[in-house]
Write a protein that binds this ligand. Structure first.
Ligand code: ZN
Length: 304
């Protein structure tokens, strides 16, 4: 067996320490890609056309590829599939065209347009949240993230933390998703079937409130208006901040080894708080789109 000199060994250790060496089996060129598969019905064809033009999906892929050192390629496949789900064997995130259609129906059922956001915009927000949630499952497998809670909850925590800390427009995306769970909790029957595939999870109302709690906890001053409309937030405003900070710290530790050297996001801003790095530039065009007046409408909306 060839022996390494002390100097070589030291050099290898240093490279490893600074994260230059990829871990065993890692492919530094692995990327996340998006495919739009064949539509089987006119309704699916309509959704295929809509989704393939949506810049938000490309922004999501761009974000993941810019920030994370993937250890294997991941494909997002929109098509005539079951899901949304992450397939451990094929490393694909499958999203049926129908999911988007049913999300639009669900928001329509609550006449969501009154909030200042169309049902299609809100459904797209939910889709992006779902992509982050499924990416969470992929990262749990890829990076061997320890599970000290239900995997579904951990995937939710991942999605929320990344969205709120690092993804432009992430808070709005999270709020739309919280609303989706809230609406789903109210509607019986068909429209709720949209999330049935995606439902080995905590209850809708728990997920809705937890998402709002994390949004509020990420910046209580900015999201004070959420607490004005949701009593449960008023009762536990400090806990929301604490929980969000705990999540951020935990994910920072877990993900730091897998951030690309150029990343200025998540872990680097938390682990080195003495020299905070500037917030990343906007990737997505989304900004806060709901006005305070719109929130009034949102808070008073009920599914009839
Ligand atoms: Zn899941």
């Amino acid at each position: 067996m060839k022996r390494l000199s002390l100097a070589t060994l030291l050099w290898v250790c240093l490279l490893g320490w600074f994260g230059v060496l990829p871990s065993a089996g890692a492919s530094t060129s692995a990327t996340l890609s998006v495919q739009f598969h064949k539509a089987h019905t006119p309704a699916e064809a309509h959704m295929r056309q809509l989704l393939s033009k949506m810049v938000e999906i490309q922004d999501f892929a761009k974000f993941v590829n810019q920030e994370f050192r993937l250890l294997y390629p991941i494909q997002i496949r929109f098509g005539h599939f079951d899901g949304p789900l992450f397939d451990l064997k094929t490393h694909t995130i499958d999203v049926p065209y129908n999911f988007m259609a049913e999300m639009i129906l669900l928001f329509n059922s609550a006449r969501y347009g009154r909030t200042g956001l169309t049902s299609t915009q809100a459904a797209m927000d939910t889709l992006i949240y779902v992509l982050f949630h499924e990416l969470g499952h992929a990262f749990i497998d890829m990076y061997k993230i320890p599970l000290f809670a239900k995997e579904e909850d951990v995937a939710d925590y991942f999605a929320t933390t990344i969205l709120l800390d690092s993804f432009s427009g992430g808070a709005e995306i999270t709020i739309s998703t919280a609303d989706m769970f809230d609406i789903a909790n109210r509607v019986p029957g068909k429209a709720k079937g949209a999330i049935a595939h995606w439902d080995d999870h905590s209850g809708d109302i728990v997920r809705s409130q937890r998402l709002l709690c994390h949004v509020y906890g990420s910046n209580p001053k900015h999201y004070q208006y959420l607490a004005n409309y949701h009593k449960f937030l008023k009762n536990q405003d400090k806990r929301c901040t604490q929980r969000y900070q705990q999540l951020l710290a935990s994910w920072s530790i877990q993900l730091t080894p897998y951030l690309k050297p150029s990343s200025t996001r998540l872990a680097r801003t938390v682990i080195v708080p003495v020299t905070p790095t500037p917030k990343p530039k906007t990737i997505s065009k989304t900004k806060q789109r709901r006005t305070k007046a719109a929130f009034k409408a949102r808070a008073s909306r009920h599914v009839k």
